[in-house]
Design a protein around this ligand. Structure first.
Ligand code: EPZ
Length: 412
């Protein structure tokens, strides 16, 4: 397995350009199943999960061209994609809703994904059933079929990002109106809605929720994927920890307000503009109490990275993980580097330490691996992060961007 080797203590400075958002590109690629015409997406990040989605679409019979832009055309759907494509990525569930809507049938395997705890898709299936799909599950396969999807009033048991995306896509071709009473409001969901409207869908939001009026068909479209707010947040923490001055450009600070507010409260020094953030490191940090919430709350995908900053904050910080209660496996690895973190009842209690020391640690999921790299940048000595493939699932050219800023990091 590949690993990252980091020599800590290097001061980072310069500019980093943020890539397109993985969690917007994935549902937007799946949206190509809603039409037989070509979809053209710009600023699709070259990350493993996107490659997996493209392979899935190819093996469903699609035409895929990857160049400066990504072009996908899903004429008819046939073929039986390899199981590992479904197991490798939870977002594979997103090909179900569009297939059922356009062809009256769809099949997926129970998706895999990160190790951040149980990743069920029962909300997706319940909602499709309510829209008239017959769902059968046998030996790991999920088959959905229907003569015609009908619009329905959907209230998920709890807010779900890909659940909202899956049902929103299915509803674009259902008969009648669908109302999702408690939609996820993440920028990636909104960006998908913008694309679907460009494809001819009828979607609107009001205080009752997300309204989708079914139409007979959708056409092709062009779209530029929004920048990745979690990548931008990750570089903000890098800058706070070991930056002299880092300019994070081509980002959208408006998508990161909860993280920026927490960073400001913790004492991180930064300026923000329309599409950039400039962060200066070397300050003293103050302890915080953080709770992860659905958007616009503090994002669970930034919890592991922010925890590294809190290890240096004066006082006692706490992090309550409300989305994935088990998403603390990075804490035991950070402890090996000298962090003082206790986990109890879904909450991390973090006490200040003056320094971290490099050692061998194990990456367990996408954002945990980012937090271990951040810790390696600030630790004394050498840090080796094993199983670094997790990081490649969601960060485009992460090591190259860090090296350009002055980090001493290599993959072997
Ligand atoms: C999306 O996952 C993101 N992935 C995750 O990012 C992100 O952490 C998560 O939203 C929360 O923001 C993509 O967009 C591809 P959920 P998703 O459905 O949609 C429970 C990353 O790092 N639930 O919003 O899978 C679930 O267990 C990844 O880029 C059910 O019980 O998350 C969780 O506790 C990691 N049944 C909560 O709801 C369901 O059918 C929210 O999950 C669906 C969800």
């Amino acid at each position: 397995m590949k690993r990252a080797v980091i020599e800590g203590g290097r001061i980072l400075t310069g500019e980093v350009k943020i890539s397109g958002a993985k969690n917007a590109a994935l549902p937007e690629l799946a949206a190509s199943l809603l039409t037989g015409e070509e979809l053209v997406l710009r600023r699709v990040p070259r990350v493993k999960d996107v490659e997996t989605m493209l392979e899935l679409l190819l093996e469903l019979g699609g035409e895929v061209h990857v160049g400066e832009t990504v072009r996908v055309k899903m004429g008819t759907v046939r073929g039986d994609p390899r199981e590992e494509l479904f197991r490798a990525m939870r977002a594979s569930v997103l090909v179900l809703g569009p297939q059922v809507a356009r062809f009256g049938r769809g099949e997926i395997l129970w998706p895999g994904g990160c190790s951040i705890g149980e990743r069920p898709i029962d909300f997706h299936l319940q909602a499709l059933r309510k829209m008239g799909a017959e769902i059968r599950e046998e030996n790991g396969r999920i088959q959905a079929k229907t003569r015609e999807l009908r619009g329905a009033r959907i209230r998920f048991p709890r807010i779900t990002v890909t659940g909202t995306e899956n049902i929103m896509m299915a509803a674009t071709l259902a008969r009648g109106e669908t109302l999702i009473e408690n939609p996820a409001l993440e920028p990636e969901v909104k960006d998908l809605a913008d694309l679907l409207v460009r494809m001819g869908a009828k979607i609107s939001w009001d205080r009752d929720g997300l309204h989708i009026e079914g139409v007979d068909g959708l056409h092709g479209a062009e779209h530029t994927v929004i920048p990745d707010r979690i990548e931008a947040g990750t570089f903000l923490i890098a800058g706070a920890l070991v930056g002299k001055k880092i300019k994070i450009s081509r980002c959208m600070p408006s998508h990161l307000q909860a993280v920026l507010e927490a960073a400001r409260e913790a004492g991180v020094e930064f300026q923000e503009g329309e599409d950039w953030i400039e962060v200066k490191g070397g300050g003293q940090f103050r302890a915080l109490e953080i709770e992860t919430r659905e958007y616009p709350g503090f994002p669970t995908d930034m919890q592991a990275q922010f925890m590294v900053l809190l290890c240096f904050a004066h006082g006692v910080s706490t992090v309550k993980e409300n989305i994935f209660p088990h998403r603390f496996r990075h804490a035991e690895e950070l402890r090996k580097m000298g962090c003082d973190i206790e986990i109890s009842m879904g909450r991390a209690i973090i006490k200040r330490v003056s320094k971290l020391r490099g050692t061998q640690v194990l990456a367990t999921d996408l954002r945990a691996s980012a937090s271990l790299v951040l810790a390696g940048l600030v630790a004394e000595g050498r840090t080796v992060v094993e199983d670094i493939y997790h990081l490649k699932r969601g960060y485009e050219n992460f090591f190259g961007k860090l090296k350009n800023l002055g980090a001493e990091i290599k993959e072997e």
